[in-house]
Design a protein around this ligand. Sequence first.
Ligand SMILES: CC(=O)[C@@H](O)[C@H](O)COP(=O)(O)O
Ligand SMILES: NCC(=O)COP(=O)(O)O
Length: 237
Amino acid sequence: MTKLSVNINKFATLRNARGGNNPNIVKVTQDVQRFGANGVTVHPRPDERHIRYQDVLDIAPLIYTEFNIEGYPDKRWLDLVLRVKPTQATLVPDAPNVLTSNAGWNVSENSVFLKEIVDTLQREGIRVSIFVETDLKNIEKVAEIGAKRIELYTEPYARQYAENPQKAVEPYIKAAELAKNIGLEVNAGHDLSLENLAFLKRNIPFLAEVSIGHALICDALYVGLENTIQLYLRQLE
Ligand SMILES: CC(=O)[C@@H](O)[C@H](O)COP(=O)(O)O
Ligand SMILES: NCC(=O)COP(=O)(O)O
């Protein structure tokens, strides 16, 4: 089974646009789970332009599915994750000013830094996933630093999909197969959508989890959140 973790950042973007509490992030958290999502993802950024650190504390007790906190592991983010103890922490190499995530880790260059964080989090029972591209040597390094999972950064897949789906997915199949063979579980995320998700799942049937925000929330504007979550779950059957 591939779990669907709904990234709720964009609900917070909408809420923040008016400075009030609509949509209510606590209610959104309850509803995405009630509508069938297998997890909730948040990606707090230093400027708190969407999900805020306080939101993460507020929603944590309400999450009975899998809670995935993504982000760059600076001290503030690490303190939050250690306080909340989510199911999973996904380490993402984003600089503070990026519009959205735009690259995976160079694990070799950051191995000492990453290993220390992986050890700290996993000692507390938090599964660690490392956000990476499809470079095979880089994925081998993830196993060496002791993390349990990778999240494949799927923006390049999504971009190429319309033109040539098979060519787009090929490096992801190779990367996922290698990861599986060396004992890593495989997540995927970024720009996954109703258009490209089923094909990815068909080609990598052992995907453990996909985290989806932007496209899912855009679809929900048209067909509603409950219908949309059901549609995404169907792509993963
Ligand atoms: C790591 C990743 O791909 C997602 O967390 C994505 O970056 C969402 O972040 P934004 O909602 O800030 O675009
Ligand atoms: N890890 C990817 C994620 O949480 C959502 O990315 P996107 O669907 O908003 O591009």
